[in-house]
Design a binder for this molecule. Structure first.
Ligand SMILES: NC(=O)c1ccc[n+]([C@@H]2O[C@H](COP(=O)([O-])OP(=O)(O)OC[C@H]3O[C@@H](n4cnc5c(N)ncnc54)[C@H](OP(=O)(O)O)[C@@H]3O)[C@@H](O)[C@H]2O)c1
Length: 277
């Protein structure tokens, strides 16, 4: 049992779903892998699945200083070597996975007009947002297909459907990820493996907070003023960003048997930001 599940079993919370027909927790006996599980949405998914009894391994580029776990693997999802390290780690510690959550995303960092955009940025966003998940699926989903069951979630972004002037490579890569997710769903659903995508809008994760902090820095405003201006620009009917644990709750639902007929569907979680149906 890992650090998270040990800790989590002592916690009682309204978000804790137990199996109504036995004393088992909902994900007891399930093995999961979460990419980017040390911060933000990924950390919330690790926590949520662990709390419900899953054995959860997770990866990131830097080790989590505050939450040491033998199930952590240090690997860059954007490289072949990183994906191989994850796949070896899963084979050694768990033998395979029943649940796979592709949470890592990267926006490329360098925001310049498209006609001046460098190949390196395009390559980076494709490597991390698309090729990483595709390679990791190629490594871990065949085991699910063999066993005739499994659930996969790809975390996309609302940017996939609305080009943000400064983040078109990122949005393009996420559009590719959503498309890929649907295609994989069609391919493996006949073998009992369900694949879905989750599309967050502005979420106050570590990334979301550092984005607001950067806006505050560049405009000389406070964090709260910058937060309000970011929200006003996006337009969030709910009146606030989503929280990582709210996105994790959706992911947990989708990988659970409660979602047993949900396949190849995109699930938007954005407080109503998406302006179209
Ligand atoms: N926050 C938002 O507003 C928002 C909106 C729409 C979509 N999303 C999507 O939601 C997902 C999670 O975002 P978040 O906001 O929770 O991010 P976050 O707070 O920055 O956390 C990212 C996590 O991924 C890890 N990571 C980053 N790059 C990696 C790499 N190349 N290889 C392995 N691990 C890596 C990070 O650890 P290390 O840095 O140590 O590697 C960290 O654990 C992403 O796919 C993002 O595109 C977020």
């Amino acid at each position: 049992m890992n650090h998270h599940s040990r800790k989590s079993r002592e916690v009682t919370s309204p978000a804790h779903h137990s199996n109504p027909v036995s004393d088992e927790l909902e994900f007891s006996g399930k093995r999961a892998f979460v990419t980017g599980g040390t911060r933000g949405i990924g950390a919330a998914v690790v926590e949520r699945l662990s709390r419900a009894g899953a054995q959860v391994a997770f990866g990131a580029r830097s080790a989590p200083g505050d939450r040491p776990s033998e199930l952590f693997v240090q690997a860059d999802i954007g490289t072949r070597a990183g994906v191989e390290a994850i796949s070896r780690h899963v084979a050694r510690h768990m033998g395979g996975v029943d649940i796979l959550v592709h949470n890592v995303g990267a926006d490329g960092g360098e925001h310049v007009p498209l006609l001046g955009q460098a190949d390196a940025v395009w390559q980076l966003v494709m490597d991390i947002n698309v090729l990483g998940p595709a390679r990791l699926d190629r490594a871990l989903v065949p085991g699910m297909v063999e066993r005739g069951s499994g659930a996969v979630v790809h975390v996309s972004s609302l940017s996939r459907s609305a080009p943000n002037p400064n983040r078109v490579p990122y949005g393009s890569a996420k559009a590719a990820l959503t498309h890929y997710s649907k295609g994989l769903a069609n391919e493996v659903a006949p073998h009992g493996v369900r694949v879905n995508s989750v599309t967050p809008g502005f979420t106050e994760s570590d990334w979301g907070r550092s984005f607001v902090a950067a806006v505050a820095d560049s405009s000389g405003s406070t964090y709260e003023e910058a937060r309000q201006s970011v929200m006003a620009r996006i337009g969030i009917p709910l009146g606030r960003p989503s929280r990582p644990d709210e996105v994790a709750e959706l992911v947990a639902f989708l990988v659970s048997d409660r979602a047993s007929a949900i396949v190849g569907a995109e699930h938007v979680i954005d407080g109503g930001s998406k302006p179209t149906v």
